[in-house]
Structure formats: structure tokens, C-alpha cells
Design a protein around this ligand. Structure first.
Ligand SMILES: [Fe+2]
Ligand SMILES: [Fe+2]
Length: 290
């Protein structure tokens, strides 16, 4: 298929996707509400046994950092905090929406692992830099690569070509997508999220997650997301095993690193190494959850 035709097919595919709210209006309303109480959230989760089990599983996983067993939903919500519960609810909703067929299960597992860990790392970074907790960045981090799933799910043959291109040329997703599709996953993701009426802040952060310096409006969130994505990959949780590796030494002298520092994050090579060690420690048993 010619690149231009492919591009048109891809755009049409995105435009024809069902809205997320058709599937899960109540869940989305709960995720977007600013005033959800712990009791409300707990009751919502308890109504659905499968969901309740997933939340308990997560609350007892290394992610939640709990030391004693969590056996009630309310306890789980308190321990995890509302932002993390919301992120998990959205992850489960999207996993259901983009249910994978048998042949792609392994890729999909990798994908969600990368996404959930990235959200977790963004949360960790926000705390480390003592930024005011802003729930949009955890959500942006969870869905920053959603464009990849769209291609995988609806233009699977093209997705395989992108993967092969990455593995053969040891390149990034962006470079491979530009060569094969003419459109990158951050463009596709932002287009889909706009169609789904996500808040502008989330759309902008997702769109700029590989270049936060271009985000004029929500730069702080986009920068956390950028850094969280990089640290997630450095810690060994990339979307794809064959993806180009980024080394700490190389990154710490990069222009991007200078930009992050100039944006007010007191980051140097030593702190970066310490963050990476902390994150790797935090995630050492994360495999058990997936
Ligand atoms: Fe990405
Ligand atoms: Fe990513």
C-alpha cells in the first residue's frame, strides 16, 4: 500500500472507532470527577466482583508497596489512593476495550506492563520532586502509547511491519512509524483521545510525550511523563524488547536532560542513577502482577 493511502486508511480507522463512553460511561464519569469520595469509589468497585478481585490483586502487589495483606476494598482504596485507583480503573476499561486476540497476547502484556509502570513512575517522580499531585499526569502516563494499540488492533499487518523495522534497524517507534505509516503513535493517540473527549491537558501531554519542550501549555506534566517513560525503559520495561536502548550515561549528557533541568527539576547524573535504582527496586517483583 502506498504511504498516502495507508495514512488515509489509518485516519479513517481512528475516526470510526466507537467512543469509549459507549462502553463505560459510569466508570469514565468516576475517573473524571474531582470529588469522588473513598466510600463512593469503594462501593462502585464492590458492585463488580471481577473488578473487586483485580483491585485487591493490585493492592497486594509490589506496586502498592504494602507490607501487610489487604483484604477489603475500602482498605485497598485507602492504601492506593484515589488517583492510583482511577488509573487502574482506566487501565482495566481500556484492556477490555482493546481486547487482544490470542496471537498478540505477549505483545499486549508487554504494552500494559510498560504503561502501568510508567504511570507508577510518574507518580513516584511527582512525589520525589514534591510537585502538587495532579491526577492528569498518572492518566497521561497510562495512555501515552495508546496509538500503538490502535495500529496493532486495527492495522495489524502494518503494526508487524513497524515492529520488524524496529528490530531490524534498532530504531525507535517514532522513526519506524514515520517510515511505515507516515503517522506516529503520539499523533494517533492524541487524535483518538480528542475524539473520546479527554481533557485537553491529557491530550497535550500524550501528544508531547517525546518532546515536552514543544508543549507550550502543560509543560510540567509533559516533562514528568517524558522522564517517566525514559526511566521505565531504562529500568527494563520497554514496550518492545527489540527497541533501541537508552543508556543512563548517554542520556545524562543529552539536550533533553538540560531541558529538564532548565524546567526546574534539579536532576543530575547521580540523582538520575539513584531514581533508577529506587524504581528498579520498587519494581523488582512487578512481573508477578502481569
Ligand atoms: Fe511513546
Ligand atoms: Fe512509552
Amino acid at each position: 500500500m502506498m504511504l498516502k493511502l495507508k495514512l488515509e486508511a489509518l485516519i479513517l480507522t481512528i475516526e470510526q472507532l466507537p467512543t469509549l463512553s459507549d462502553i463505560s460511561t459510569e466508570t469514565l464519569a468516576l475517573i473524571e470527577a474531582d470529588d469522588t469520595s473513598i466510600d463512593e469509589m469503594s462501593r462502585f468497585i464492590e458492585r463488580d466482583q471481577a473488578l473487586a478481585l483485580q483491585v485487591l490483586k493490585y493492592a497486594n502487589s509490589p506496586f502498592a508497596g504494602t507490607t501487610s495483606a489487604v483484604s477489603s476494598i475500602k482498605h485497598a482504596v485507602v492504601i492506593m489512593g484515589l488517583n492510583e485507583v482511577k488509573t487502574l480503573l482506566l487501565a482495566l476499561t481500556l484492556q477490555h476495550f482493546f481486547a487482544s486476540s490470542g496471537r498478540d497476547k505477549e505483545n499486549r502484556r508487554h504494552f500494559w506492563k510498560h504503561s502501568l509502570i510508567c504511570s507508577h513512575v510518574a507518580n513516584y517522580l511527582a512525589r520525589s520532586f514534591q510537585l502538587r499531585a495532579d491526577s492528569t499526569v498518572f492518566i497521561s502516563a497510562l495512555i501515552h502509547d495508546i496509538g500503538k494499540i490502535v495500529v496493532d488492533q486495527y492495522l495489524h499487518d502494518e503494526f508487524i511491519k513497524v515492529v520488524e523495522y524496529i528490530e531490524k534497524n534498532h530504531t525507535t517507534f517514532n522513526e519506524a512509524e514515520k517510515a511505515i505509516l507516515g503517522l506516529t503513535h503520539y499523533q494517533i493517540g492524541a487524535k483518538l483521545l480528542r475524539q473520546w473527549s479527554f481533557p485537553e491537558q491529557i491530550i497535550s501531554q500524550v501528544y508531547h510525550h517525546h518532546a515536552p519542550w514543544l508543549d507550550q501549555r502543560y509543560r510540567q506534566g509533559a516533562t514528568i511523563l517524558y522522564l517517566a517513560n525514559i526511566l521505565t525503559k531504562m529500568a527494563g520495561f520497554s514496550c518492545l524488547a527489540g527497541e533501541k536502548k537508552l543508556e543512563l550515561a548517554q542520556f545524562s549528557t543529552s539536550k533533553a536532560m538540560r531541558f529538564i533541568r532548565e524546567s526546574g527539576f534539579p536532576l543530575n547524573k547521580e540523582l538520575l542513577a539513584r531514581l533508577l535504582t529506587d524504581i528498579s527496586h520498587l519494581l523488582q517483583d512487578a512481573d508477578d502482577f502481569f
